[in-house]
Design a binder for this molecule. Structure first.
Ligand code: ATP
Ligand code: MG
Ligand code: FE
Length: 350
């Protein structure tokens, strides 16, 4: 099948063409992403209204570019997939409504894709992995473990009770006057820092649940910064390194627990842990996860970064996986700001 995928749920306007072959493998024919970082930089975060407007302005061109680059036309498509949530509702409406219009005009089936599903199915496109596997999804809007048992068959094993991990990096950068987005800036500043200088908390670490909490860590960082103010360049480096170390300890401990849980559930099955979301770019966190996986005889899979952050190929691929199982959606499908992966209506097979 040949699927057009459209993604507009946050601050990337994206479209892609992906082919799914009969053997279940996939091929990306084009993957066009327009990031809105410049539109939002002055505000230090994504402004929903500006995001929706930018999607309206650019989506047509992005879709046409994706088709041109793949060398295909609407006639060649098997179906049109678009993110229907969760995300910023204005943006989701732009993408989903465009997909409905294209579907109505071309007669091609419509597939409504859950954005989180698109993230967690990506390693099947990039690395061809089989079910079941574990995903740690860490982005600007999400921090959660997902057990992926099949297409449409997910269990959320833990989530953040306050800030997402990428959001925590962004807030840390903001309070230290580093740039936006914050993750890469904090990582860069931490390179010259002493991770042991500030003793920051590791919230929820002694709890049995797989949940995260990052807002207390952010507050502790602010208090530590205030205590040494004015913050010198070295102070800033040490604060970033200490913050990043706390995050690594939390993520490692949680990943270790999740892998144990996986092994208890699927004895004799070597666990696979997949990292998805923009925070997967962080090398220190990646190294910490490598160590945890080695200790647990697990395989770590990190898809190429452009496929970890928001993109159209993941939406097209999730659409292709659903389409292969005979699933498509009517024009009555709605855009949803919230849409948990373990929602009953995700399921395809009874
Ligand atoms: P969503 O949460 O809806 O999937 P998003 O746009 O918020 O979308 P992504 O685009 O996947 O998320 O990732 C962006 C986030 O990743 C930002 O919060 C950013 O700070 C963080 N990030 C990017 N690079 C790094 C890094 N090297 N270290 C830590 N965090 C990073
Ligand atoms: Mg983004
Ligand atoms: Fe995302």
């Amino acid at each position: 099948s040949l699927i057009l995928g459209i993604e507009t749920s946050c601050d990337e306007t994206a479209a892609a063409l992906v082919r799914r072959k009969p053997d279940g493998s996939g091929e990306i024919l084009s993957n066009i992403v327009r990031s809105q970082i410049e539109e939002h930089r002055a505000y230090g975060g994504v402004v929903p209204e500006l995001a929706a407007r930018a999607h309206v302005i650019h989506l047509d061109t992005i879709i046409q570019t994706a088709l041109d680059e793949a060398g295909v036309g609407f006639d060649d498509l098997s179906a049109i997939a678009a993110t229907a949530g969760p995300g910023l509702i204005g943006g989701v409406l732009v993408g989903l409504t465009s997909a409905k219009a294209l579907s109505a005009a071309t007669g091609k089936p419509l597939i409504a894709v859950n954005h989180l599903e698109a993230h967690v199915l990506t390693p099947r496109l990039t690395d061809g992995i089989d079910f079941p596997y574990l995903v740690l999804l860490v982005s600007g809007g999400h921090s959660q473990f997902v057990l992926v048992k099949g297409v449409g068959d997910y269990e959320r094993w833990g989530t953040t009770i306050d800030d997402a991990l990428g959001e925590a990096f962004d807030k840390a950068a903001k309070l230290l006057d580093l740039g936006y987005p914050g993750g890469p800036e904090v990582e860069k500043a931490a390179l010259g820092g002493d991770a042991r200088r500030f003793d920051l908390p590791r919230p929820l670490l002694n709890q049995k649940r797989l949940d995260f909490s990052f807002s207390g860590l952010k507050t502790a960082l602010r208090l530590a910064a205030e205590a040494v103010a004015p913050v010198s360049e070295q102070d800033c480096a040490d604060l970033c390194a200490s913050f990043q170390q706390a995050v690594c300890d939390i993520v490692s401990a949680r990943a270790g627990m999740a892998l144990n849980q996986f092994t208890a559930r699927f004895p004799g099955h070597r666990p696979t842990l997949v990292v998805a979301g923009g925070v997967a770019a962080n090398k220190t966190i990646g190294a910490a996860l490598e160590t945890v996986c080695a200790q647990n005889d697990a395989r770590l899979v990190v898809p190429p970064l452009p496929l970890c952050t928001d993109n159209g190929a993941m939406v097209a691929w999730a659409g292709a996986e659903r389409f292969a199982l005979g699933r498509q959606d009517g024009f009555d499908v709605v855009a949803r700001p919230r849409w948990p992966l373990d929602d009953a209506d995700m399921r395809i097979l009874p």
